[in-house]
Design a protein around this ligand. Sequence first.
Ligand code: PLP
Length: 384
Amino acid sequence: MKCIYLDHSATTPVEPEVVTAMSPYFHVHFGNPSSLYSIAEVSRNAMEESRSTIASFIGANASEIFFTSGGTESDNQAILTTARRQKNKGQHIITSSIEHHAVLHAFQQLEKEGFQVTYLPVDSNGIVHPETLQKAMTPTTTLVSIMHANNEVGTIQDIPALAKIAHAQGALFHTDAVQAIGKVPLDVQTLDVDLLSSSAHKLYGPKGVGFLYAKKGTPFSTFLYGGGQEKKKRPGTENVPGIVGFAKAIEIAKNRFEEDHQHLQNLATFLTEGIQSSVSDVVFTGHPTLRTPGHVSVCFKYIEGESILMMLDSFGICVSSGSACTSGSLDASHVLLAMGLDSATAQGSIRFSMGRMNTMDDMKAVIEVLPGIVEKLRKMSPLC
Ligand code: PLP
């Protein structure tokens, strides 16, 4: 059975070109970049070239890029260390109610340490309105963290407007751009952020590597203890093959940006219209236009997303219900609840996130089986 993979917001297949670029750094140029002999110099140079490639893609200086193990670590480091370092200045910090758990749980940890946290509400499209942030700011607010693009519903925030409000009160601004990088234009100067988190595996790069952008002079620290790597901000031998792969993935995303964008938009439009015309009682979630390309999130009323997911899987179609990170739990998505959906409707949510390898035939295959699956499940549902 052919696998139709429609869960690119969870992770992506690594591009063959990325694998080829990484390969020599496992077994030929395998030196530790901190060592002094010449094979180490090769890996060190590759790492620094990759840093420059990544920095220039987001409009940063290479010295502002710190490699990490991925989005979760970058989010944790950005949030925990800046809040703690500024504790004497103020103990009020702000985030939104629709963040990924890598951000929400870091804020909850800070709450346990005595910080006051405001979780900003969103509207029914998942937008954090700048006025809402403005009202929440206080003279003791030191940090605001609001995600660039949401992983469950794809909604994109107006980061420059939000960052401007935070800066006007002297607070730092962090954004989790894990779902945005490679999908939407991303320039740290335009976004006007102090800190930005990213991860390679959402853009056809390897798992277990990411970076934290920290604008020069931003008061952040290491939160691991060990060697002096990454200018003493992130100890541990760097994942050189992963870093090289990340830079290659970024290079490919840059070269294919327009083509990928258009293709993903076309797939999403086709799928949305196909679902609309073949299945009743559906609620599309996320902003209709301010959203990541190739992302369709939809709630099927009266049935559970997990059951739809399992039945699609039996046809070789991979999707997620809500967010991959919360699948396995039957709790309704915190994102959908924050957007005002009732719990029963939110339980029927499915996320289709397309990738550059998907075709219109993949979309047709979904539309061919989905109405039958929904009908079958609704016949068994006590809610119908
Ligand atoms: N932030 C967002 C918005 C995500 O979607 C994810 C992964 O799903 C993460 C953070 C965590 O990234 P990583 O898997 O690289 O730790």
